[in-house]
Each structure stands twice: as C-alpha cells, then as structure tokens.
Design a protein around this ligand. Structure first.
Ligand SMILES: Nc1ncnc2c1ncn2[C@@H]1O[C@H](COP(=O)(O)OP(=O)(O)OP(=O)(O)O)[C@@H](O)[C@H]1O
Length: 246
C-alpha cells in the first residue's frame, strides 16, 4: 500500500458470500432421511448457479432455507454475511425484500393486469406512486412486454406470464433472484427467452440461484452446477452440464 493511500478493504468486501450453507442439515418431522444432509456451499455475489438433482433431492428445501421459510435442523445459513436463523422475526421481511422469487406456476394475481402485478410488488414495500409510475414501465420494457401492461395474466402465453413474474421479482432490484423450475411449464422457445432474461438480470449484478430439472437449459448455459442427491451435495462444477459428465 502506498503511503497515504486508503486501506484496501476490497478483499474483505469480496470475501463476503451472498449465500453460504455451512454443514446444513434439515430434517422434517416424521420418518425418513433428512431433506438436506450436511451441505456446505458458498455462492458469491454475481454468480449464476444451477441447483440440480432428482425429485426429492432437497432443491426446494435449500431455496426455502435461503428465504427463511424453513430453518435448518443443524448448521448455518448465511445471506449477505448474516446468519439468517438468528435474525429477529421482524427483520425477515427486510431479508425477503432483497430476494426476488420466481416459480414454475408463475403465481400472478389473476384479477390484476400486468402493470398492476409488477406495481403491487413495490406498493407492498411502501414505494411512492411516482417511483412506481417510473419504474414499472422500465421493467416491463426490460422483459419485452412494453405493449402489454393492460393485459390480464390469462390473456398472455405461458412464456409472457413468466416474464411478468420475473419483472415482478426484479422490479425492486434484489440482491438475489431465486428461481424454482422457472421453465417447467414452458415450451423450448419460451424457455430460451426466459433464460436470456435471467442471464441479463444476472449481468446487472443480481446473484441467480435456479433449481431445475431442465437438462437442455443447463447444458446450454454452461454455468456453475451444484447437484444434490438424497440431500447430499454430490457435485459442484464450474461451467457444468446437467449430467455429471456434461
Ligand atoms: N414440508 C415437508 N414435510 C415433510 N417432508 C418434506 C417437506 N418438504 C419436503 N419434504 C421431503 O424432503 C425431501 C426433499 O424435498 P424437496 O422438495 O426439497 O426436494 P426437491 O429436490 O425440490 O424435489 P422436486 O424436484 O420434486 O421439487 C423429500 O423427501 C420430501 O418428501
């Protein structure tokens, strides 16, 4: 360090993982093996990570732990450097505000139009009407739905509905975007569009964590692949494919 220059904190900043699982085990009540079993994994800011594995391998459980919709039986889950199991209940909404979510079944409000669906995400966190009026059209443009703000969800294709859901998840510029099987109900062309959009969102700095069974998408994207099998982490591969050999 040159004399007089400020200390270099960048190492410390960059070393904070956006998501960290430390020996996380999750057991649901009742008989059966743990849904997650001693999982340790770090995800850094700006990464794009696929979470793959057979049905029942623990993918959704892992995502629910990040949102604190479920809590680990043992081990620790950190989001942005904080151990979220120790967050006071009143701080949980603030945590979730930093995490956009997208699901296979879109989960749009059927009685609200496209603009209203996206605006609603900002209303519930107390954004001003003028900000909402500015940001919603910008976000609809980003997802390629500029002309469709007045449509109701059932007047859109599945791919368009998912793009509305992505706009709603991203309109608040969250630190993390969690997507659980976002292409599960889509045809291949719409899936490609949705993946291009998630990639663009990732390029703005948002960390993307996506659980999927869609081997075509994973093989095409060549991103980091984390694989679960019976709740155990069995693969963590840079630029991986859907299968271990991929
Ligand atoms: N609320 C719950 N209560 C009891 N068991 C649960 C609960 N949620 C999940 N499980 C069990 O935990 C294990 C992991 O389930 P999880 O939903 O996390 O897997 P998944 O990989 O997301 O599966 P899928 O791809 O089918 O969504 C499964 O054995 C499942 O039956």
């Amino acid at each position: 360090m040159r004399p007089g220059s400020p200390p270099d904190w960048s190492y410390h900043l960059y070393s904070v993982h956006v998501i960290r699982f430390e020996k996380v085990t999750k057991t649901y009540p009742g008989p059966g093996a743990p849904a997650l079993d001693g999982v340790t994994v770090d995800i850094e800011k700006g990464e794009f990570v696929f979470l793959v594995g057979a049905s029942g391998s623990g993918k959704s459980t892992a995502l629910r732990l990040v949102l604190r919709e479920a809590r680990p039986t043992s081990g620790r889950v950190y989001v942005a450097g904080k151990e979220i199991n120790r967050l006071a209940g009143w701080k949980v909404p603030r945590l979730r505000r930093q995490i956009g979510t997208v699901f296979q079944d879109f989960r749009l409000l059927q009685n609200k139009n496209v603009s209203e669906n996206v605006a609603f995400a900002l209303q519930v966190i107390g954004k001003s009407r003028s900000e909402i009026r500015q940001v919603v059209p910008e976000t609809l443009e980003l997802v390629g739905l500029s002309g469709k703000g007045d449509r109701l969800p059932d007047e859109l294709s599945g791919g368009e509905q998912q793009r509305v859901a992505i706009a709603r998840a991203f309109v608040n510029r969250p630190m993390i975007l969690i997507a659980d099987e976002p292409t599960g109900n889509l045809d291949p062309t719409s899936s490609v569009e949705v993946m291009k959009l998630l990639e663009r969102i990732n390029q703005t700095g948002t960390t993307v964590l996506m659980a999927t069974h869609d081997s075509g998408v994973v093989d095409h994207m060549r991103k980091r692949v984390v694989e679960l099998d019976g709740g155990r982490l069995v693969r963590d591969q840079v630029e991986g494919g859907y299968g271990a050999a991929g």
